[in-house]
Design a protein around this ligand. Structure first.
Ligand code: ZN
Length: 304
């Protein structure tokens, strides 16, 4: 991963106000002497022992001894890497970051990334809206059949890629995206007579990176005459690196950091089931298998 230049990290440290940022997570009150205190986000307490000292740019909990600077605070609380924490603060204060090595991420962020992220946002909204259309009946039946009611669709932004060849292509073209950008983002495929929608007649899940941007899609086949694989994903693109993205991590990251525990499951619907059940009962994770076959041998890996 690209390394942010030292002088830019220093600029971020300079401009950031630890009271401002920490104040988004913790209600801070004056503790005198220019310090502030609140309830510690790292342990359960009823009397504030968590202190923030803006003049030093530091926080410290006198109870659990957690402490450090703002970058450390975000790393610990949000489960971010150093680079991600710096990027988050830089984004908030409008500091432009430069990277030392020319990695794919740095190159992409130089110009292409914002366009590809914007195209994915349009695509994600298009698919989500399509799920409500008459043509999406099979997709709705699929989701309802697995216990995912309408109220959960928006939470995961699950959608439907319509049959036909140019539903998304037309939408992206109307929104000002070029065929080259659609191809670079893996949203369309190249045919002999131009580009066409990569995902057709499928349930579609947007895949987000840790910053929350949609960078790719996973799509499940619904129709018997679909000769493609059961699951079709976005190919490797400048913004979608399979080895660096885990579906649902954006939803679970805070809990993983807090509980120091991660539960990895296989499918998109498994993740949905886990998130829904963990929000219902904070640390009880249920697993739900995609395969309805009654044969227990087929479920040996699905049990928990
Ligand atoms: Zn504490």
């Amino acid at each position: 991963m690209a390394r942010i230049r030292d002088e830019d990290v220093a600029a971020v440290r300079d401009v950031a106000d630890i009271r401002d940022v920490v104040g988004e997570y913790v209600t801070l009150k004056s503790a005198g002497g220019g310090s502030y205190k609140g309830l510690c986000p790292f342990h359960d307490e009823r009397t504030p022992s968590f202190h923030v000292t803006p003049s030093k740019g530091l926080y410290h909990c006198f109870s659990c001894q957690e402490g450090g600077d703002l970058i450390g605070f975000l790393r610990k609380l949000e489960g971010l890497t150093f680079t991600e924490a710096v990027e988050k603060i830089a984004g908030r204060y409008g500091v432009e970051l430069r990277y030392d090595e020319t990695s794919s991420r740095a190159a992409a962020s130089a110009g292409q990334r914002p366009r590809l992220v914007a195209a994915h946002k349009v695509a994600s909204e298009f698919y989500a809206a399509q799920l409500r259309e008459p043509g999406a009946q099979k997709a709705r039946e699929f989701l309802l059949g697995r216990g995912f009611g309408e109220d959960s669709w928006a939470q995961f932004a699950v959608g439907y890629a319509p049959q036909g060849w140019d539903g998304l292509t037309s939408r992206l073209r109307a929104a000002g995206f070029t065929e080259q950008e659609m191809l670079a983002g893996g949203l369309v495929s190249q045919g002999q007579r131009g580009v066409y929608d990569r995902f057709r007649g499928r349930v579609v899940w947007p895949i987000r990176d840790t910053s929350g941007d949609v960078v790719g899609f996973g799509a499940r086949k619904l129709f018997d005459d679909d000769e493609g694989p059961k699951y079709l994903n976005t190919p490797e693109t400048p913004i979608y690196k399979k080895s660096q993205v885990l579906y649902g991590l954006d939803l679970a990251r805070r809990d993983i950091a807090r509980q120091q525990k991660a539960v990895i499951v296989e499918g998109y619907t498994d993740v949905m089931a886990c998130v829904l059940s963990s929000s219902a009962a904070s640390d009880v994770y249920k697993r739900q298998c995609e395969d309805p076959a009654p044969d227990p041998a087929r479920h040996s890996r699905c049990r928990s």
